[in-house]
Design a protein around this ligand. Structure first.
Ligand SMILES: [Fe+2]
Ligand SMILES: [Fe+2]
Length: 137
């Protein structure tokens, strides 16, 4: 349950998406700190905020792909990974095992950003359709 640090390595090169990832990692750090201090009620509140932010973030990426790289071979797998996230989240109970929840959040988000989201960023940039400031926060 270490604090996740935003590093240059996490950048995918699309400003709006990078900002959203930075905020998502901050929220996960907050949830981690609450888990460590045993404040599970507050943890639940932050988890609800994370869920709502994650849902709109996934939508931003999916719309961006639809608009810029609809034929990209990784698109359907990327969308499937977003869907599977909710299956995992639904299986984890912060009251029975807060550490498992935090461990999952950290590894899923870092793993997804470094693989799928980075690949999406490269695919978009290779088409020269670099979108800045897309969609609402
Ligand atoms: Fe994604
Ligand atoms: Fe993402």
């Amino acid at each position: 349950m270490a604090q996740l640090l935003w590093t240059h390595e996490c950048e995918i090169g699309i400003n709006q998406i990078d900002q959203e990832h930075r905020y998502l990692l901050q929220m996960i750090n907050r949830i981690t700190a609450l888990a460590r201090s045993g404040r599970i009620n507050n943890m639940e509140v932050w988890q609800a905020r994370l869920n709502s932010y994650a849902a709109s973030h996934f939508m931003h990426e999916e719309v961006l792909m639809e608009l810029t790289i609809p034929e990209w071979s990784g698109r359907s797998r990327h969308i499937r990974e977003h869907r599977n996230y909710w299956v995992w989240v639904a299986e984890l109970d912060i009251y029975t095992d807060p550490k498992a929840m935090v461990d999952f959040l950290e590894s899923w988000w870092i793993g997804h950003i470094l693989s799928m989201d980075k690949a999406m960023g490269r695919a978009i940039q290779s088409r020269g359709m670099h979108h800045e400031g897309m969609g609402p926060q």
